[in-house]
Write a protein that binds this ligand. Structure first.
Ligand SMILES: Nc1ncnc2c1ncn2[C@@H]1O[C@H](COP(=O)(O)OP(=O)(O)O)[C@@H](O)[C@H]1O
Ligand SMILES: [Mg+2]
Length: 243
């Protein structure tokens, strides 16, 4: 049984079909990539999976349980956590405070939440920044804090929405082993990312979405050589860099 089974999910916003009959399947332990042009519906799909938006139709099974239309906190408690494309920590609060907030998803006890937060910050090499207010962090550090807040909820499935956007190539290179390390602790990951180097490096499988529709899925190398995918998304520039 797949850990996440999205079946024929559609999300309409009045006249617009943002996600159009998308199905995807994610096995436990995988890193799966989702790519597609801006406005393709990637974030909306994450919103449906994580409960921020109810799908208009379709089914979302997590761990065999129907979660479509459930509240975000219920889905989070079931084991699904997402990061946000636009990072939004409490700017004037410390790294530790922000991470403790994440840990309160799984415990009501401050001491336990702090213990969890500290463990996560050490894991992400952010512990030495624990007393820094988040607005003073560098962008790569803020991205790591976003990961820390997510990991503190103890997810089984982590949905990463462009966590590497805005990073310099060198910073992306440093982020890849961190995401891999998270996966190696047993966290299944679905990653939306524009940076192809990152997607190709991390993903076992890729889904391509364009205008709300899934246009390709499969092995990353097969998918990026698919003509429809190149036309819809990658463009000649990407093809040129591969030769
Ligand atoms: N809450 C919303 N209300 C109305 N339209 C939305 C909403 N969220 C997203 N959209 C629209 O849905 C489409 C898909 O957006 P989005 O999921 O953010 O795409 P992506 O993440 O792939 O760039 C876009 O046309 C966007 O304007
Ligand atoms: Mg998006």
């Amino acid at each position: 049984m797949a850990l996440l089974e999205v079946k024929n999910v559609t999300k309409r916003f009045s006249g617009l079909i943002a996600v159009n009959d998308v199905s995807m399947s994610v096995e436990e332990g995988q890193i799966v990539g989702v790519i597609g042009p801006n406005g393709a519906g990637k974030t909306t799909l994450f919103n449906c999976i994580a409960g921020a938006l109810p799908p208009s139709s379709g089914s979302i099974l997590f761990d065999g349980q129907e979660v479509a239309g459930k509240k975000p906190y219920q889905i989070c408690q079931a084991g699904v956590t997402r990061t946000f494309q636009v990072v939004k920590p409490f700017a004037t609060k410390t790294v530790l405070y922000n991470t403790v907030v994440g840990a309160f998803a799984t415990t009501q006890h401050l001491h336990e939440a702090e213990t969890k937060a500290i463990e996560v910050l050490k894991f992400l090499d952010l512990y030495n920044k624990r007393d820094v207010v988040s607005q003073s962090l560098t962008l790569p550090e803020r991205k790591k804090l976003e990961l820390a807040r997510a990991l503190a909820t103890e997810p089984k499935l982590l949905l990463l929405d462009e966590v590497m956007a805005g990073l310099r190539p060198q910073e992306v290179t440093e982020m890849l082993p961190i995401i891999r390390k998270i996966n190696e602790t047993g966290v299944t990951i679905v990653i939306v990312e524009h940076i192809m180097q990152a997607i190709m490096n991390l993903s076992e499988k890729i889904y391509v979405i364009s205008f709300g529709k899934k246009i390709a899925e499969g092995d990353p190398h097969d998918v990026v050589s698919d003509e429809e995918v190149i036309k819809a998304y990658l463009g000649d520039e990407y093809v040129a860099t591969q030769h």
